[in-house]
Design a protein around this ligand. Structure first.
Ligand SMILES: [Zn+2]
Ligand SMILES: [Zn+2]
Length: 122
């Protein structure tokens, strides 16, 4: 059986966000209330190959737009027990996709929402 590899295309699709929400495994490091990094593993929703992605959980990009961004983010952190971040993941599979640019993958990118409890419940 011959399988034609998908061509490398830098593209995105809202369906992949939904697929990845079911299939992605998220590990937050360090574990606890102030994770700094999310390790996301699982099949790429486009090509189906195993892929892994590490994202730093920086303060919301929007809140960095002004000079008070960091303080703003810290204040926001105090507000609610559950924090969420949308992490943009790009396929980084090890399989060959024709036309690949750079290190690999099929070019697909999607968004995984990660969440964690940030504040002690009083
Ligand atoms: Zn692939
Ligand atoms: Zn892929």
């Amino acid at each position: 059986m011959t399988e034609t590899p998908l061509p490398f295309v830098m593209t995105t699709d809202p369906d992949w966000d939904r697929t990845a929400a079911d299939t992605a495994e998220v590990s937050l490091l360090p574990e606890g209330r102030n994770p700094e990094q999310a390790d996301i593993t699982g099949p790429c929703p486009r090509c189906g190959h195993a892929t892994a992605w590490t994202a730093l959980l920086l303060p919301d990009p929007g809140s960095l737009a002004d000079g008070h961004g960091l303080l703003h983010a810290i204040l926001k952190e105090a507000e609610g027990p559950v924090k969420t971040r949308d992490v943009d993941v790009t396929c980084d599979c090890l399989e060959y996709h024709p036309g690949v640019i750079g290190h690999g993958g099929c070019g697909a990118s999607w968004t995984v929402e990660v969440s964690w409890a940030s504040a002690p419940t009083a």
